[in-house]
Design a protein around this ligand. Sequence first.
Ligand code: GLU
Length: 316
Amino acid sequence: MNSPGAPSRGAVGTSSRDGRFAPSPSGPLHLGNLRTALLAWLFARSAGAGFLVRIEDLDPGRSRPEHEAGQLADLAALGLDWDAPLVRQSERRQLHRAALERLRADGRVYPCWCTRAEIREAASAAHGPLPEGAYRGTCRRLTAAERADRERSGRPPALRLDAGAAEVGFEDRLHGRVEQVVDDLVLWRNDDTPAYNLAVVVDDGDQRIGEIVRGDDLLETTPRQLLVQRLLDLPAPSYAHVPLVLGPDGSRLAKRHGAVTLADVQAVRGWEPADALAWMARSLGLAEDGERVTPALLEERFRPARIPREPTTFSG
Ligand code: GLU
């Protein structure tokens, strides 16, 4: 359901241009997350498309209903609206499972017992076309005896996609052509939850998302998602990976940078949500210094081609 501050604009899911914001409810959103949400909203609304919010609450250890409520309240406080239905990934396990089974039936799934340390070690010893840190397919090459041995250990495996070292490319609206050899990504985690790269593709497909706008820290996950999309016969949306907000030390904005959430900047700087929106708008070249703006005004001014390509710094 929409929150009271975020009235719906009507039926969604009919347009193939619909956009979305997909936060993980593992903590409060900071100004960087909120600026990405604003951009996703602007891309969708300025094109007359629907805008959906999907709560990516698959990680049972980190997701909290109070964070979800806080995140939605912050979006509404900025004046961003979204269309029904609000979706929670945790309620869509069956869809994720069905996709996994389909890939399994196609012979593309294998169990993997590798620990993080083993993956790191194999990656550092390897050469070839796969990007740094990629999974090198250790468990794909296990002999039957080795596999039986691991099965007997009783340690639950993760399930990986046999990506066949596919090279996948796409045209990002801001970054241009991106091409990458895809590694054998995890589809299902060994704690029995769907992995992000599977769930996000299944849900974007099911919700008929036409345009994915998200932070450019996720750029390198996209070829993986495109491969999964392809294997599941889902339509490929367009993508715009937008620049991030950084802390003063040049790393991605985070809690440790200080007062970075809407509540923090209110407490520390006396900023109302409208002041935070004005800061975001200025950082995107959509407002003058000191100018008050509304989402509707920004929607009029917004031109996707003109958004800055460089990250912005915020000192919390
Ligand atoms: N849930 C992911 C995050 O909060 C975003 C996923 C996406 O936009 O594709 O980082």
